[in-house]
Write a protein that binds this ligand. Structure first.
Ligand SMILES: [Zn+2]
Length: 475
């Protein structure tokens, strides 16, 4: 994470900054320029495990809408950026300094511009009110051994630093009061920008439904990073005095224009950038496959894939590395704080050059043992770590090492070609229910999925001429 943060905290410049959005004074370790610098660092690390969605037109659209809202916020002069993350999970987040991401998974669930403005305004609210930096200040202040912890970040190119700080900051859980404040600021910005402020209320309702339909994993989706008090959107509507009628934005031309932008949007996992089939992870663009232990609980975050056993004492993790060679990546890993590297050797894994390292070390106060493979895929270096609690190593070793060694070139022809599913916007030629729409256009999908995407009831007939989202199967 760079020495900047370490040096900065060492000097311990505790500034009492005025919260620009509330006008109240708050304890903050971070000056605005440092906040911007920190955001840039976390952003760079975020993009080593995640990626931007490739669609210049959509990117421009999101950036322009975000820019309109940021311009009427309390911090218009921040270097705001608004980007679309190529991730099927439903989430949006704000990094310090005004870097805001919306996932393509979230975008797919929106049905009009005001809802997107609602998400962006809410995230701008978190930044305007300095929630992330204040949260980080608070965490630093209450964490004993802060400096010891930060030594981790000296390893600049280490993707593990993302897990330690990058993702930690990314998934910093906001408090309920911060959520309320961000909601209300979102309404404020939409009103100031001449957009329909009801979009904030509507999108909270959408996200609540989607989050409940999808459930929780290890890696938080919207609900877990933006806790949802009971009755949140109803309360917001009441407290901000929004007039429920008329709803100026909820008109068909606005919906149609917005849906047209989503036509062709990748939906769900994209096999070009990694997909899990059974217990095999296949990455078409980087041209490798990797077998996870069968039956383990799998979680993904961008380009990071992890699986854990039921006893929660064994884990395998795949991460991209910034190093140019497998040896360089192995050396960087061995130099990491808390890692005690043992025997290491070269090995060919499934047609790929690899450097393997046995190691043990301390992880959050727990002693662990493991085997790491640093592997040169046709596109870049990745690492696969098999890690076990030390006292469970003898039980886990066989399964962990088999998984670590299973990475290799794509062997199975069925994995070689695949295209992602995409949204397809269709105009109904007659009145239909979502069930009928699913049967005709997306027979591979449950009607409930289309109902959620279109924010309609499964049984309610939709009129002829209505434009709706369907899912076109990729292969
Ligand atoms: Zn939030």
């Amino acid at each position: 994470m760079g020495r900047g943060l370490l040096a900065f905290v060492s000097i311990a410049l505790v500034a009492c900054a005025l919260n620009p959005a509330t006008g109240r004074k708050q304890l903050s370790f971070f000056s605005e320029s440092y906040e911007i610098e920190l955001g840039a660092e976390v952003d760079r690390e975020f993009l080593t495990t995640s990626r931007e969605y490739e669609d210049a037109g959509l990117h421009r659209y999101v950036a322009e809408l975000g820019g309109r809202l940021a311009a009427v916020s309390e911090r218009p002069d921040l270097p705001w950026t608004f980007r679309l993350a190529d991730d099927e999970i439903v989430n949006a987040f704000a990094l310090p300094g005004g870097r805001i991401y919306v996932t393509r998974g979230l975008l797919a669930h929106l049905n009009r511009e005001a809802e997107l403005a609602g998400v962006l305004g809410h995230e701008i609210g978190h930044v305007s009110a300095r929630h992330a930096v204040n949260g980080l200040s608070r965490e630093l202040a209450i964490t004993a051994g802060v400096l010891a912890g930060l030594a981790l970040f000296d390893v600049d190119d280490d993707a593990q630093a993302i897990a330690a700080l990058g993702l930690g900051l990314l998934f910093l859980k906001f408090g309920r009061n911060q959520e309320r404040q961000a909601d209300e600021l979102g309404v404020r910005y939409a009103e100031r920008a001449g957009l329909d402020p009801w979009g904030v209320v509507d999108v909270l309702r959408v996200l609540e439904q989607v989050s409940r339909a999808q459930g929780d994993g290890w890696f938080p989706v919207w609900l877990s990073t933006h806790p949802d008090p009971e009755g949140r959107w109803q309360r917001l509507a009441a407290e901000t005095g929004l007039d429920p009628a008329p709803r100026p934005g909820a008109v068909q031309p606005e919906v149609d224009a917005f849906l047209d932008r989503l036509d062709g949007l990748v939906y769900g996992p994209d096999p070009r950038h990694g997909v899990i089939r059974g217990n095999v992870y296949v990455h078409l663009r980087d041209r490798f496959q990797w077998t996870l232990p069968a039956g383990w609980e799998v979680e993904r975050q961008g380009q990071m894939v992890a699986a854990g056993n039921a006893e929660q004492n064994g884990q395998v993790v795949l991460l991209p590395r910034l190093a140019a060679t497998e040896r360089e990546a192995a050396a960087a890993f061995a130099a990491e704080d808390g890692v005690r590297a043992g025997e290491s050797w070269d090995e060919n894994l499934g047609g790929l050059a690899a450097r393997l390292v046995r190691f043990d070390g301390g992880l959050d106060g727990e002693e662990v043992r493991g085997l790491a493979a640093f592997v040169r895929t046709p596109a870049r270096v990745v690492s696969v770590l098999g890690v076990s609690a030390s006292d469970s190593w003898s039980r886990n070793q066989l399964e962990l090492e088999r998984s670590v060694r299973s990475i290799g070139r794509i062997a199975d022809p069925q994995h070689r070609a695949a295209a992602p599913d995409r949204l397809a916007i269709v105009t109904l030629d007659r009145s239909m229910t979502v069930g009928e729409i699913a049967r005709r256009y997306s027979p591979q999908e449950e009607p409930a999925v289309l109902a959620l995407l279109n924010q309609v009831d499964v049984d309610a007939p939709l009129p002829a001429g209505r434009r709706v989202k369907t899912i076109r199967a990729g292969r």
